[in-house]
Design a protein around this ligand. Structure first.
Ligand SMILES: [Mn+2]
Length: 154
């Protein structure tokens, strides 16, 4: 896990996005956030805390609040802890230029974690319940495409 790519893409003199990892309170659960990002195309950035960073996926359509909806989720660069609080406008000409706002935030419990799969219990306000993230081409480390969907309620 590294923030190298995150930092390389951004000029922190120009964007107000956080440059460094924020220290967490020990009592907090694992961070879950979805940020609505009105960039060149409106999309939703799903971020999950894992190993001291926020693993990130860009979801081009509205997040799957109900069972039966499958969304493409494109893996993007790890973001620093603290990014979950970011809302604002990334200036024109900068990476990801456009408005960012928090669409849903809370925490989550990982139930199954492999390089190509996550089963998680999301505890947000809009999204609650068991979810799956699964790589479309699990054997191709370069392929960034995942599916994101809600599992049956127990
Ligand atoms: Mn984005």
């Amino acid at each position: 896990m590294s923030l190298k790519e995150y930092k390389k893409k951004r000029d922190f003199k120009k964007t107000q996005e956080p440059g460094e990892t924020k220290t967490k309170k020990r009592s907090e659960g694992l961070i879950y956030v979805i940020q609505e990002h009105d960039a060149s195309h409106l999309h939703f950035d799903l971020r999950l805390e894992e190993d001291g960073v926020l693993k990130s996926w860009a979801v081009p359509k509205s997040p799957p609040q109900e069972e039966g909806i499958r969304r493409l989720a494109i893996e993007t660069e790890d973001h620093p802890l603290g990014y979950e609080d970011f809302e604002g406008i990334i200036p024109k000409g900068e990476y990801g230029a456009g408005k960012v706002k928090i669409w849903d935030i809370g925490d989550y419990i990982p139930l199954e974690t492999t390089v190509s799969k996550r089963i998680i219990d999301i505890n947000g306000k809009k999204m609650r319940g068991r979810y799956c993230l699964i790589k479309l081409k699990p054997k191709d480390p370069k392929d960034k495409n995942w599916l994101f969907f809600r599992l049956k309620n127990k």
